[in-house]
Design a protein around this ligand. Structure first.
Ligand SMILES: *[C@@H]1O[C@H](CO)[C@@H](O)[C@H](O)[C@H]1NC(C)=O
Length: 212
């Protein structure tokens, strides 16, 4: 006859099996399989309406960078939000956005990446934040590194470098690659998204569910 504790142990064992089954879908937060992680730095103008004026370097995701700027310069966020471009109602397959930035077409998309899905609306906001950042992503990930450039509401965008040396890009280029990937890799009638867009010049963006 089964004792209560052994039934309980069985239930607990089952629970832990059920719980651990999707482990590969639930990869470490702030990580990308096969890459080392580096923090992303942002050179942000103290006065957004004077991009040639003083800049400050802050580190983290764009959301963390905005929070640091707001803490040091109250009102910075409101100005940042006010100068963001309008979010396109529907940017189709993203082709026009990519060509605007002079990028080559992405070489390939992998929508079947082994991560949780992100929420499309949150990713759209992250992409728009990237478009609002002036200038070049100078302190980008080195060879075989990734950096998490945006994360909010458990939805993240990573920028990864497959080159042998440093890769310098406009933030708008990274936004374009993320936008094209978002448009290719829709799940649940567009509500969710995950995937990697690999660009011809040996860098890629990854959209995934994450912890933040
Ligand atoms: C910046 O402003 C936006 C829009 O009002 C708000 O959602 C966000 O939480 C603000 N972020 C910070 C760090 O203040």
């Amino acid at each position: 006859m089964l004792s209560i504790p052994s039934i309980l142990a069985g239930v607990l064992a089952l629970a832990s099996v059920v719980h651990s089954a999707p482990a590969s879908l639930d990869a470490e937060p702030n990580s990308v399989s096969g890459y080392a992680m580096v923090p992303i730095s942002w050179n942000l103008p103290v006065k957004l309406d004077d991009p040639t004026g003083a800049t400050v370097t802050v580190t983290g995701t764009i959301e963390e960078a905005i929070a640091q700027m707001e803490a040091s310069y109250p009102g910075w966020n409101a100005t940042f939000q006010a100068q963001l471009p309008p979010i396109p109602a529907d940017d189709g397959d993203g082709a026009s956005l990519v060509s605007t930035a002079g990028l080559e077409d992405p070489a390939k998309y992998d929508c079947n990446v082994d991560y949780k899905k992100a929420t499309t609306l949150t990713i759209v906001w992250g992409i728009n934040y990237l478009r609002g950042v002036p200038g070049t992503a100078k302190n980008g990930p080195g060879p075989n590194n990734c950096g998490r450039v945006s994360c909010s509401w458990n939805s993240a965008i990573y920028w990864c470098n497959d080159n042998d040396d440093d890769k310098e890009l406009q933030w708008n280029d990274i936004a374009d690659a993320a936008s094209a990937t978002k448009n290719k890799c829709k799940y649940n009638r567009g509500h969710d998204v995950k995937g990697r867009g690999s660009m011809k010049e040996n860098w890629n963006v990854l959209i995934r569910g994450d912890d933040c």
